[in-house]
Every structure is written in C-alpha cells, then in structure tokens.
Ligand binder design. Structure first.
Ligand code: HEM
Length: 501
C-alpha cells in the first residue's frame, strides 16, 4: 500500500517545495501605491532601472507631485515605496518601521565574510551601546585622536611648504582611518600598516561585494559569492582580523599578570577593544573592529572629502574658519567644549552634507499611514529627501553657503547643528535608529579640519571642478578630485595643537 502511494507523494512534495521556493524567492513587488518608473515593453525592468540610475530625484519629485501621496519605484529584484517628506516625523517615530531589516536586506546579511554586518545587527546591542556611551562625548578620545591626526597628516599630507597634490582617496580615508583606529583598536595597532590596510580593504571589499552580488538574482547569490573576487577577499580578511585582535588581547592579559606580580602600575587602555571586552560582547573582537570600521570609515571619509572640496572651492571661508578654531582652542584647549563652540565649522560641515538620502525603513507588519492607507508588511520604505535641493526649503539650494546653518542657529532654529536631524534634513536618519556614531564623527571631523586649517593651505588643481556622483537614490563624492596642499610654516595658531589635553 505504502509503496503504491510513495511515488505520487514524492511528486506532490516536489511540486509543493518548488512552489514554496518560488513564493519565498519572489521579488517583493507588491505595493498599493502607483508605480512611477514602469515602461511599456520592459518585462525585465531594464529601462526602469536605467532611468532610475540617472534621474532618481526627478522621478521621485514628479511622481509625488503627480500622485499627491506615496509612490512605488521598481528596482532590480523588488520595489521601494517613497513617501512624501511631510511623513518624515511619522516614519521616524513609528515602532513598526524597522531600520535593521533595511540594512540586512540592502547589504545582504548572512554570507561568509560578512560577519562585520552580523555583529552590527546583533540583538545584544553591545556595539551600539558602546558607540552611544563610550565613543560619543568621551574627552579621552579627543586627546588620542589629536596625536594620531598630527602624525597622520605629517605622514600622508607631508611637510612640504610648496603646493603638491595629495592622493585623493588614499590620503583622505587614511587620515580618518588612523584617527578612528587610535580610539577603536588602541595603541598597539592604531599605526600598524598591516592593520590599517586590512580595515580599509575590508570596508571597500565589503561594499564592492554587496554590489557584485546584487547584479545576480537573489536565488543564485549563495553560489556565486564563492567565485566573486570581493566576497572572497572579505572571507579571507575576517579570520586575519580575528587572529590579530586575539594576539593583542593575549598580550594585554600577559602584561596584566606581569604588572600584578611586580606590583607596578600597568598601562591603562581606553579604547573600543577594552570597552567591548568589559561589556562581555558575544562577537569576536576582530568582528567588532571590522564592524566599527564598516559603520564609521566610509561615511566619515565621505563627509570629510565633501567638506574639504567645499572649503577648497570657497577660499574666502578659510580666514573666518581659521579665526574661529584659533579662538576656540585658545579659550578651551583642544577639548570637547572647543569643538562644540566651532559654530561656523559646524555649519560648513552640515552644508557640505546637504546631499544624501538617508531615511529608509522596512514595515515589520501591515502599517497604516496617517490617512489610513496600508503599507503591507515587508515593504521597503523611503522618505523623499529631495527637499535638500528644493528652493522653497533651502534658498539657492545648488549654491554652497557655509553660513546657511549658522544663520539658522543664530535665528533660534534648534535643529541646525551638524549632529541634529530635522523634518527635511535626515542625513543621520532619525528616531530610535538615528546614527549613534554622529557625535564621534562630529568630533573626529572637527579635529581633523582644525589641524588642516591651522597647518595647511588647500586648493583645487586648475581645471578641477568636482561634481557629485548621483547613482540611483544615492550620491557619492567625486572620486576624481585633485586637491593640492602646502604646509603653512611659522604661522600663528599651529602651536595650539601641540597642547597636551
Ligand atoms: C558622517 C558620518 C556618518 C553618517 C553620515 C552616518 C549616517 C548614518 C545613517 C543615515 C544611519 C541610519 C539611521 C536611520 O535610518 O535612522 C546610521 C546608522 C548607524 N550608524 Fe552612522 N553615520 C556616520 C558615522 C558613523 C560612525 C562614526 C559610527 C560608529 C562609530 C556609526 C555607526 C552607526 C550605527 C551602529 C548605526 C545603526 C543604528 C541603528 O540601527 O540603530 N555611524 N548612520
């Protein structure tokens, strides 16, 4: 009896399994809102995708105007729902709209070599708590970054007092990587060439790996990732980072035993490696370091690069900036108070960041909009950020105005500081997921720029006119910039940076 039914059962189960697979792997393209980038005779969405790559801002603005409400945009292998900027505060405060799921989906969590992402998304929140508490307004980080920046600039930008061009990508990411590493990894590895190369290569390889994998259909990615170059690099670097960090931990433990036996005072470590160990983080120390690098390096380096471009392009802002940083460091030393009071520099940094779209969520269940329309569970939601370039919101939006946010602040606007988010400025996101690293980024950027303003003249090479790269919804700083620098010698202000803090 059993053997009579078995082949039939197997066939049914096979069909059911295939149907379940097709259902689970189907593109998530349900949306109750009108599609705005669908083209006739475009079954594979190639035309839709091409239009989006080149004119996402225009498609969003026109779509929202035409439909007076949320719209749907087709992207490769799925869709995004874009809601108007007027819903930004609702999105930020809605607990059924999740940020972790966006990161998981967009950055393809779960592949071997992507452990840094797993750590970032970990439910135990050790990493985020550490960033919020230890990294944010901790005076010891200022002293550590100060000396790292002195050495880093001298090594990478040089001491030559004649104009010379820096290596745009390497010598900007290098400055940020060294300053951040001095706080993340501690003195043993902060200047170690192998470690610095490893973290920077991991970050670049990780984002490249995500892009390489996205070019393939979702069902095939777990296979192709074994053969693509960037995922392979990620897989190689994770174990190396773990080994290096474990060696540092063992050395520190041996040192602690030794000083206890000798009764002598040992070195005190004040870095993310120590803090995460003290917090009993479940993730391996190497993974935590790669995770910090992934969250902090690319974002802060891009902000650094765009601010350098705007300062170099607007030479008349350099004198007032130098005056401000000199006054603040003279009054407060190189401290958090000095950095907080650098209001013009803050405005310049915020204006340079007025370029990216950053508020995205996934609905963890069916969620009703304020007007009652339902966003289906699993929908990928974006808030329209085109107000960043809207003349009704920011006058002359295409013009860099270093004083823009300073004027707003002086006029009583309470959301015009670099680290703050507001309804039409979400560069650090908002609500419970707002970037916890923004205070650290703010301190690191202001310190780096203070060093640069006091020690270097900077300018763009003749004929260099940087343009933002717009790729789909996102923007990137021009990768082809030619920035020239020369060391200022014998000028007032520089000695201030040698003050021990
Ligand atoms: C200028 C530099 C930076 C920019 C523009 C930036 C931007 C962002 C944005 C847009 C988000 C998503 C927030 C949301 O959707 O509400 C985010 C989240 C996050 N950022 Fe940053 N970030 C920067 C620097 C940093 C640094 C230096 C760190 C770490 C030291 C960091 C750690 C994180 C973490 C852990 C999250 C996830 C928060 C969560 O899911 O709750 N970021 N960042």
């Amino acid at each position: 009896m059993l053997h009579y039914f078995l082949p039939f059962d197997v066939r049914i189960w096979t069909v059911l399994a295939v149907l379940a697979g097709v259902y689970l792997l189907r593109p998530k393209n349900r949306s109750p809102f009108p599609f705005v980038n669908k083209h006739p005779n475009d079954p594979f969405g190639k035309k839709a995708s091409h239009a989006l790559q080149h004119a996402a801002g225009k498609i969003i603005t026109e779509g929202l105007t035409r439909h007076s409400g949320p719209i749907t945009i087709a992207i490769p292998y799925g869709v995004k729902i874009v809601v108007p900027a007027s819903l930004a505060s609702w999105v930020k405060s809605n607990k059924d709209l999740d940020h972790g799921e966006v990161v998981k989906e967009d950055f393809l969590a779960g592949y071997p070599g992507f452990e840094a992402l797993t750590t970032l998304l970990s439910e135990d929140e050790v990493l985020k708590t550490m960033i919020r508490t230890k990294l944010s307004q901790n005076p010891s980080t200022i002293a550590t970054m100060n000396s790292s920046l002195s050495n880093g600039l001298s090594d990478l930008w040089g001491e030559k007092d004649t104009w010379h061009e820096i290596d745009w990508h390497k010598d900007t990411t290098g400055i940020i990587a060294r300053a951040a590493s001095s706080v993340f990894v501690g003195p043993e590895k902060a200047n170690d060439p192998e470690w610095l190369e490893l973290v920077q290569t991991y970050v670049v390889s990780f984002f490249t790996a995500v892009n390489q994998l996205r070019a393939y259909p979702p069902w095939s990615r777990s296979i192709v990732q074994w053969f693509l170059p960037a995922p392979t690099t990620c897989r190689k670097l994770v174990p190396r980072a773990r080994t290096i960090m474990n060696e540092v931990i063992i050395k520190r433990q041996q040192e602690a035993v030794k000083v206890e036996l000798e009764g002598s005072p040992g070195p005190v470590y004040d870095d993310a490696l120590t803090w995460s160990q003290a917090a009993n983080a479940k993730a391996q120390a190497g993974d935590i370091q790669l995770s910090l690098a992934m969250a902090a390096l690319f974002t802060t380096s891009e902000a650094f690069r765009q601010t350098l471009i705007e300062i170099a392009r607007n030479q008349d802002i350099i004198k007032p900036l130098r005056k401000e940083v000199t006054e603040q460091v003279t009054a407060h030393g190189l401290t958090i108070s000095a950095l907080v009071n650098m209001a013009l520099l803050d405005s310049v940094m915020k204006e340079a960041q007025r370029l990216s779209i950053a508020l995205e969520r996934i609905a963890s269940k069916d969620t009703a909009l304020p007007n009652g329309q339902i966003i289906p569970r699993g929908s990928h939601l974006m808030v329209d950020s085109t107000d960043l370039w809207n003349p009704a919101v920011y006058s002359n939006p295409d013009q860099f105005d270093g004083y823009r946010f300073l004027r707003k602040r002086e006029a009583g606007d309470t959301s015009s500081q670099f680290v703050q988010s507001s309804a039409n400025y979400n560069v650090f996101g908002g609500g419970r997921h707002i970037c916890p690293g923004r205070f650290f980024a703010n301190n690191e950027l202001k310190l780096a720029l203070t060093h640069i303003l006091l020690k270097y003249d900077i300018r763009l090479s003749d004929g260099c006119d940087p343009k933002l790269m717009k790729i789909g919804f996102y923007t990137m700083v021009d990768p082809t910039v030619q920035l020239q620098v020369q060391r200022r010698k014998g000028v007032e202000g520089e000695d201030l940076l040698n003050i021990e803090v």
